[in-house]
Design a protein around this ligand. Sequence first.
Ligand code: AHR
Length: 702
Amino acid sequence: MTPCRLVARVAVAAVALLSPLAARASDGRGADSVIAAATGDTIVIDLAHRGADVSPTMYGVFFEEINHAGDGGLYGELVANRSFEDGLLPDGFCVAEGGGSVAVAGRNHLTGEATRRDFPWPTDDVPGWRLVTADSRAARMTVTTDRPAFATAPRNLRLDLAAGDAPVALVNDGYWGIGIAGGEEYRLRVIARTDGLYRGTLRARLVAAAGRDLAAVALPLAAEGWGDTTVTLTACAADTAASLVLDFDGEGTIWLDFVSLFPRHTFRDRPNGMRRDVAQLIAALRPAFFRWPGGCVVEGITMATRYDWRKTLGDVAARSGEYVQWGYRTTYGMGWHEVLQFCEDIGAAAMYVCNAGIACQMRLGDACPDDSVAALIDDCLAAIEYALGDTTTYWGARRAAAGHAAPFPLRYVEVGNENWGETYNRRFPRFRDAIKARWPDVAVIYNVMWKPDSGPVPETDMADPHWYVAPDAFFRSHDTFDRWPRANHTLYVGEYACNKGVGSGNMYAALSEAAFVGGMERNGDLVRMASYAPLLENVNDRRWPVNLIRISAAGAYGRSSYHVQKMAAAHRPDYNVFVSLVADSVRRGTSGGDDTAWPRCPLQFVGAGYDTTVSELVLKVVNAASVPYVKEFRIDGAAAVGTSGRVVTLAAHSGTDENTPADPQRIAPVESVADGFGTTFRYAFAPFSYTILRVRASVAPR
Ligand code: AHR
């Protein structure tokens, strides 16, 4: 048993209690409020005073192809630029300029203003690939569209191999190195053709960073036309920064259309599946839903570059991919089918976000004409049909042909991402009505943006506001939802994170999110769903300042915010109960300490709920101060309260402490069993901590 901070069981003197009724909300909400003013040093929990139910769908995840979250992240592919399509200019109003940028122009549909934005652009001739040869005259590589294997992904790599005194190696270092597991099998698929004159061989190797061969295999080359070959390489040892090397030892010309390397063991061993360690981190969050494809990529830089779910189906070698505003081209390998399969595998409902006929309003903000909207509505209905339609429908049959006859668990559709204004408000009802007419059980979600021209929220199942803030904003906003007017729709907080002034994501960020999450839980009648954003980053391509899970070829780990999400979801009570003090501001302790970082903020937050399945009181306490938060608790409304309980503590040495690649578990939850609970008890919450206490308790009969 780990020593715990339950300091003593003390008899608590009678305290002057505010009447719980004093806290009853008067703003028309259904559930009683479970907050009241402070009652001195004792926090009173009243099990018999029930608050709002905590939504079973509260905790979900937001996925977007940002920071190489998919390619180089969750998606299992190990080869970068496998189709040689990177370097293809995105469609529509784009000009590649020197110095690694592409300029994109568009006209904002609300202001009429012509806008230009620059996006990162690769400077390499063939991104991801390099030729290594002892004789520089021995080989040349060029990207061509000669006799493409797939019209939808037309580019291929032409290798002109001259007589040289050494073999030529074509090398791919993957996404900042290829992580290889010892003993694992890797499936290499190569689509290639020759000029008919090439007389040499083709050999593939996995090579460790230090130069040692980890696996090698010979590949046949088709005598004519495109040959499509899959071979297996079994690695004899592990490496975190390996390369795939293709060796050519002859003279002639070879075209490569597609080179893909996958571990045999993806998550649940799905073909074209997800990387196991990353998928497991997501699954461990036990997300109620999985949102896809974003995020800004839904909208596109311009309408022409919006994420197109149809192009994500079928043979991966034929998928076009798309350049996204986060500065790289995605393969579309982790497509709609793979996402739906992943949702099913992790027990999450799928959420699809469709384009509302408006490109990213934070950037260029062009919009299609109104008479093109019907086609976009049909496109959205088709995406839903792909997931839910029976096999007599066109898209249901396509799904079945792809290996999944039964429907997938799609439950939500959001119309647009971060859209606002008159055009959006006019289009939203058209999408909503069409979706509801065909799929009445699918919940439809509207974007809430804090803009002067946002207009009123139209009829919708849910509305989606976003928050990206500094810690003090979340500390201060712990009661945002207590004050939020109830309307005829509920909320899905689709994106929120503390990402300002917190390094690359420190403990202050995590604690402020825990405070904000507590407010969402307490108002479960209003906030039905929430997803932290963004979910993933490859550490080598952080395009967004702070992200939940960090990935590299060497492994993946969660930031402290990840642990807050995981703890909150794993300890989600069924309903809230009365707490006499939900926010406190203890800044100094007997052991010293003086928190002046956010002088006017509360730094301690308390939430309480009841888990009916195991009959436990669940207490969630944030202490963002540098001193212990020592409190007495009195449990009212209980027939009995256990004397021992479970304690889960996430604590850091300081608010600026972070998990790092070198120390990924520096801030991680510690579980223990503690004695000394009862109808009264005292607890010292560690500095910079998020603590969950679970104690068996039976509710007193009324
Ligand atoms: O989560 C990162 C970005 O933040 C999303 O793409 C967008 O919706 C928001 O502005």
